[in-house]
Design a binder for this molecule. Structure first.
Ligand code: F6P
Length: 417
């Protein structure tokens, strides 16, 4: 295949997923196969690039075996960041600096694997390039466990997180049945303002499992007293109650439930507050107010986004495909776009890739539609389940070494290489 002009650079940004490195592998392999001279990786995204911290990826991904290991490695291989670029009109200098660094590396193609905030970066950089006559092409590669990117049917990373959540929800439901004693287990699930992942707990329900008793998504206002009454009602008919709750549920006055208690006020560059403690707050409330009821708060936390040992094959394959599709599109001249997934059919499941204007995607949050949540506001509907079910299908076995999954590691991640 003909040599493309210039070099390629790829970065990862935002919270990681279990398959984000499959997209990195897709970008890397496709760029090399299509004749890219060098493929650089930004260490810790755009923030690292500003400090000229980049790695020549051919020194770190040396064989097909490395590519297979990379796909199966959780978290962001290159390191990530939460870094918000200013508006171009407010700080031209930072853009001049980024483009000077890119020119020094002879970059012609720039790929950023990320979610909403990362697409904001692609939008601004591609705008700047057009305004200043740069020939560098900028493409977004979708990723987020939250599944909250607009336009695309779903985002790579969501399916594997959903598979993990549904699997451990089944296991926890069984565990809750062990003693003949009244108990409530609260499962706190990520997703910030979108309830896609919390709703995925419903997939636990099947022939061998009754599924969670209730679930609360951030799309609806959470009423603490109503919740307490609902728990009491369920306890009239069964002893063990399991509830999935989003980290991002808010009460009527706009406060997060986790803000009703003490803790954490770390806020990142995008103004996102770290959300944690919703399940603990509610578990403590039940413990105090319902005598004799045992409670547990289980925060799935980072486990739900790094469980590469139970990755979904559909998910990891699509993650690879969107990486490859981004390279193909950029090499054919596209810029300021993101790869999207378009669902052709549910059964048999089929999705294809397409490209879409990143300006219409950046900073838009896709929430769970109201009609996919039941009227009572405490469970998802069958339509929701039909949408998610195909995305958790099939498995990819980890490469086991000495009894544990093997990963690929970038040794000099903290210092540049
Ligand atoms: O990237 C999405 C996400 O996983 C959210 O679901 C979660 O609220 C957030 O990241 C946590 O981010 P961090 O790891 O930066 O605290």
């Amino acid at each position: 295949m003909a040599q493309v002009m210039g070099n390629v650079i790829v970065g990862q940004s935002g919270g990681p997923t279990a398959v984000i490195n499959s997209s990195l592998a897709g970008v890397y392999k496709t760029a090399r196969d299509r004749g890219a001279r060098k493929v650089f990786g930004m260490l810790h995204g755009i923030q690292g690039l500003l400090e000229e911290r980049v790695a020549d990826l051919s020194k770190h991904i040396r064989s097909d075996l490395d590519i297979d290991l990379l796909k199966r490695t959780p978290s962001s291989f290159l390191g990530s960041c939460r870094y918000k670029l200013p508006e171009i009109k407010d700080n031209q200098e930072i853009y001049d600096k980024i483009f000077a660094i890119l020119d020094k590396l002879e970059i012609e193609y720039f790929f950023y694997i990320g979610g909403n905030d990362s697409m904001d970066t692609i939008k601004k950089l591609s705008d700047y390039a057009i305004l200043n006559g740069s020939r560098i092409r900028f493409m977004g590669v979708p990723k987020t466990i939250d599944n909250d990117l607009a336009v695309t049917d779903h985002t790579p990373g969501f399916g594997s997180a959903a598979k993990y959540i549904a699997s451990i929800t089944k296991e926890v439901i069984r565990d809750g049945l062990v003693y003949d004693q009244q108990n409530v287990t609260l499962l706190e699930i990520m997703g910030r303002n979108a309830g896609w992942l919390t709703g995925a707990a419903a997939l636990a329900k099947g022939e061998d499992c009754e599924g969670p008793d209730m679930m609360f998504l951030p799309e609806l206002i959470f009423d603490v007293e109503k919740f307490m009454n609902q728990v009491a009602e369920i306890h009239k008919v069964k002893k063990s109650v399991v509830i999935a709750i989003s980290e991002g549920v808010k009460v009527a006055d706009g406060r997060y439930v986790c803000e009703l208690t003490d803790n954490i006020d770390f806020v990142d560059a995008f103004g996102h507050r770290q959300l944690t403690g919703t399940a603990r707050y509610l578990a403590e409330k039940i413990s105090k107010e319902v005598p004799g009821c045992k409670t547990r708060a289980i925060e799935f936390n980072s486990l739900q986004r790094c469980a590469s040992h139970i990755v979904g094959r559909v998910d990891i394959t699509e993650a690879y495909q969107v990486g490859g599709a981004a390279v193909k599109a950029a090499f054919e001249g596209e810029t300021g776009k993101m790869i999207i997934l378009k669902r052709v059919s549910d059964d048999p499941y089929l999705c294809v890739t397409d490209i879409y204007d990143v300006h219409k995607i950046a900073n838009v949050e896709k929430k769970v539609p109201r009609e996919w949540i039941n009227e009572e506001g405490n469970y998802v509907t069958q339509a929701f389940i039909n949408y998610v079910r195909p995305l958790i299908q099939a498995e990819l076995t980890p490469m086991m070494v000495d009894g544990l999954p093997r990963h690929l590691r970038l040794d000099d991640i903290s210092y540049g290489g």
